[in-house]
Write a new protein. Structure first.
Length: 196
């Protein structure tokens, strides 16, 4: 079994005041460095030799957790940015009302739709559906993690919705894998009659 790719997590928070004093920023922006050489270019795929089976996989080194003040400042800036975007959208389409706030239901629906599309739902009529069975399994497993981690923290309606969605996507997955298994067990079709 191959080892999943490792990612490097980069801390994108602003530097603290004392770090800024030690490393002042230049007055004019410097030209962007080469993407491969820049540690601030974002997450990078780290390719390494597979570890022997006896070794445990390494844990990604995480940056320190943000402070409460950093989280508050970042949330305030995020909300302001989202509001500016919503204002731009409404300026282009005055009839559109404000978007409803994102809820737990939206999160579950997002996973549901992703899993169903990965299992071939939503293909245009006459086209063969594109199936990503491994991606669907991972999405369904993520819904399972969500159910496990939120147990006892949901309203009855939220829990019922999550359990229903989880049941439906697992059933669709089992039906699809049964069809795949049956197709793989059938002998190949004989070649059409014609010239030998």
């Amino acid at each position: 079994m191959t080892e999943p790719p490792k990612f490097t997590v980069i801390d994108r928070r602003k530097m603290k005041a004392e770090e800024e004093q030690e490393n002042p920023q230049p007055a004019a922006p410097a030209p962007p460095p080469e993407p491969a050489a820049s540690p601030a270019a974002g997450p990078r795929l780290v390719v390494s030799e597979p570890a022997p089976a006896s070794e445990k996989p390494e844990q990604a080194e995480m940056p320190p957790a943000p402070t409460a003040q950093e989280s508050t400042e970042q949330k305030t800036a995020y909300d302001a940015s989202a509001q500016r975007l919503e204002d731009l959208v409404r300026a282009q389409n005055p009839a559109a009302g404000p978007q409803p706030p994102v809820s737990f239901e939206h999160l579950v629906q997002q996973f549901y739709v992703s899993a169903m599309i990965q299992m071939g739902a939503g293909a245009q009529e006459g086209q063969r559906p594109r199936i990503d069975i491994l991606g669907a399994r991972q999405t369904i497993d993520l819904l399972g993690v969500l159910a496990d981690k939120t147990r006892g923290n949901l309203t009855d309606a939220e829990d019922k919705m999550l359990q229903t969605v989880l049941f439906e996507v697992r059933m669709a997955f089992m039906e699809l894998t049964s069809m795949i298994t049956l197709q793989s067990m059938q002998p190949p079709a004989p070649p059409p009659p014609g010239k030998h």
